[in-house]
Write a protein that binds this ligand. Structure first.
Ligand code: B1M
Length: 209
């Protein structure tokens, strides 16, 4: 009998066309956030490991990332359907810092924050600190969320935090991304560290009361 591939296998193999259907099927049995944590993130971790060890190369890494985007599109639609609130609970800026084009994690954080009723101003990826400062002032936000996935771009994160605090010491900065941890976040003077998207929501709730 023909057996369908699991979502994590589909991501590992980068089978883009199969991702949507597999996600829809999986949503029949599983909570969307569980799918993100158990199926999507773990598959990407494995792909990242294989890439690091030289078992696969950049085109395959890209193919897997594209496959994840298909899957997240389905998950995003499902989450916005179950959205809890239409009234904005607070404005938050999100950006992946300069030099870094990884945005899958940031986009998941965005979906979840919006799902919980926060208004997200998404500045995208590879965003220079000047732009982040400018937008934070323009939109008069209290919370700025920064993402960084590479050891080489944590420095830019640190500089962005410094620039933000220089113009307004009341700006609060939340950071996240696979290379970070609480100690590292403290070291670069971030106010909050979120290990995952759920923690980002907890922090936002705390800040906006
Ligand atoms: Co790249 N990549 N990549 N990559 N990539 C990593 C990060 C790497 C660890 C892989 C490896 O070698 N093991 C490595 C970095 C090594 C290091 O610095 N330590 C790496 C490298 C080297 C590179 C390139 C330099 C490769 C090259 O060109 N030779 C290049 C970088 C280009 C650049 O940025 N200038 C590159 C490119 C890419 C792709 C484009 C192919 C693709 C990204 C596509 C995209 O994002 N649109 C990609 C991918 C997919 C990965 C891995 C495999 C997966 C990342 C991911 O999306 N994870 C990654 C290996 C890994 O992480 N295991 C790797 C899933 C995502 C949901 O997790 O982003 O951690 P994450 O987000 C989580 C939490 O961290 C948290 O919540 C999220 C949900 O739970 N979180 C926040 C994240 N941001 C937050 C912000 C918050 C709060 C929580 O508040 C604001």
């Amino acid at each position: 009998e023909f057996k369908k591939e699991s979502l994590s296998n589909i991501i590992e193999k980068g089978l883009r066309e199969e991702a949507k259907d597999a996600t829809i099927k999986l949503l029949e049995q599983k909570d969307p956030l569980l799918i993100v944590n158990q199926d999507i993130v773990s598959a990407l971790d494995l792909v990242g490991e294989k890439y690091e060890k030289g078992y696969i190369f950049l085109p395959q890494l890209i193919q897997s990332a594209e496959t994840v985007k298909e899957s997240l599109e389905v998950i995003k639609n499902r989450l916005s359907k179950d959205s809890f609130s239409q009234i904005s609970k607070g404005k938050i800026i999100l950006a992946t810092v300069k030099g870094d084009i990884h945005d899958i994690g940031k986009n998941i954080v965005k979906v979840l924050l919006e799902n919980y009723g926060f208004q997200v101003i998404d500045l995208g990826k590879d965003v220079p600190k000047e732009k982040i400062v400018e937008e934070a002032i323009k939109h008069n936000v209290k919370l700025i969320g920064l993402s960084s996935l590479m050891t080489t771009t944590v420095k830019n994160m640190e500089e962005t935090i410094k620039a933000l605090k220089e113009v307004n010491s009341n700006f609060e900065v939340m950071v996240g991304g696979a290379v970070l941890n609480k100690d590292y976040a403290d070291m670069i003077c971030a106010d909050y560290y979120a290990r995952d998207a759920k923690e980002a929501v907890t922090i936002a709730k705390k800040i906006f009361g």
